[in-house]
Design a protein around this ligand. Structure first.
Ligand SMILES: Nc1ncnc2c1ncn2[C@@H]1O[C@H](COP(=O)(O)OP(=O)(O)O)[C@@H](O)[C@H]1O
Ligand SMILES: [Mg+2]
Length: 330
């Protein structure tokens, strides 16, 4: 059962990812059911991917047994759940927790690793404790005093990144250089999360990413890819707008030493955060060093997405990758 849509700000991205996966998946081998979650969180059973626009059959769920029932009287007993959901109530451990309650194998990370990696604050604290280089940051909870720009920039530098702790696709992310921008950015990030992260900016970094597949100790890393974003950073528009000039370069043009360092760190970070199945590990690289930026447990599967491209270049085609993900879940 492919689950897509979802309540998060990345609803649209999920639909594009799901369409790609649905097209690529081997329909001779798998019988696919589609569960669409609308923006309000209602689950629907649909027959064709494009039916999501006007769904008519509701889906309800019984925890404890792997059964979904439709309101027209059918039962669906999936063997594997494939969540193609990004962000809140999808990638953050909630659907993974539901799968656990239902005793249902799920593609990708389990509840614990999804919770840890979705939360940028938690993930960076753990990585920092394990000796990985992460850019220095502070966190802020809404309703508490926000430290002013002067004191934060004294500690972290004059250019800062302000982001929701648990979001993705650059939704609510801003780069700021003064008090006014900082206040606006904090309000914007708080629209998406009670917790926000305020981080030292890397200096015009290269953005290097690695795909990891498998479950430790049998997990492996792909070649390293590079994002060349349009504009000052890789914003939502530079990721997804049709006329964006952002480019994805596979493999990245970097030295063998740097590539090996990045791949090893990706494997280690994946283990430390208890990941399984799949994740994409993202780095920022500038003249001061190499930093792990974040780990995405349900990376994009759109046409421009890095995760399937990295595996394709590493010898695993899109349909074999999907096969492998389902096998790992089983
Ligand atoms: N500390 C930073 N320094 C420089 N650029 C950053 C920093 N944090 C984020 N960015 C830029 O913002 C983009 C989105 O931030 P990211 O942390 O990856 O959040 P998301 O989960 O929304 O993708 C990154 O791809 C990068 O272009
Ligand atoms: Mg990112």
């Amino acid at each position: 059962m492919i689950v897509f849509g979802g309540e998060s700000s990345e609803h649209e991205v999920s639909i594009v990812s799901a369409r790609n996966i649905y097209q690529a998946i081997n329909k001779q081998k798998y019988q696919i059911s589609l569960a669409f979650i609308d923006r309000s969180g209602q689950w629907w059973s649909i027959d064709n991917l494009d039916d999501y626009a006007a769904p008519s059959i509701r889906l309800s769920i019984s925890p404890g047994v792997p059964i979904f029932s439709t309101d027209d009287g059918h039962e669906i007993k999936p063997d594997v759940l494939f969540p193609v959901l990004h962000g809140r109530n999808g990638e953050d451990g909630s659907v993974q927790g539901l799968a656990q309650l239902m005793h249902l194998p799920i593609v990708g990370c389990d509840m614990t690793s999804s919770v840890l990696t979705m939360d940028k604050i938690a993930a960076k604290e753990i990585l920092d404790q394990h000796g990985f280089d992460v850019l220095p940051f502070i966190s802020h909870r809404s309703g508490t005093d926000l430290p002013d720009y002067r004191s934060v920039s004294y500690k972290l530098g004059s250019t800062l990144f302000v982001k929701p702790s648990r979001a993705g696709s650059s939704v609510g992310v801003s780069m700021v250089k003064n008090e006014t921008e900082y206040q606006i950015a904090a309000d914007e990030a708080h629209k998406h999360d009670e917790f926000i992260i305020i981080e030292q900016a890397a200096n015009k970094p290269r953005e290097l990413e690695v795909a990891v597949l498998g479950t430790p100790p049998n997990h492996r890393a792909s070649v390293v890819g590079e994002i060349k974003p349009e504009g000052a950073f890789y914003s939502y528009d530079s990721k997804y707008s049709a006329d964006s000039t952002s480019a994805v370069i596979v493999p990245a043009n970097i030295s063998t030493d740097l590539s090996e360092n990045i791949r090893q760190q990706a494997l280690d970070a994946y283990s430390v955060l208890k990941c399984r199945g799949m994740a994409r590990v993202d780095f920022l690289y500038d003249e001061n060093g190499l930093y792990i930026n974040e780990i995405n447990t349900i990376p994009g599967f759109t046409n421009i997405s890095m995760y399937p491209k990295l595996w394709d270049h590493s010898g695993l085609t899109y349909d074999s990758l999907i096969d492998r993900l389902v096998e790992l879940a089983e």
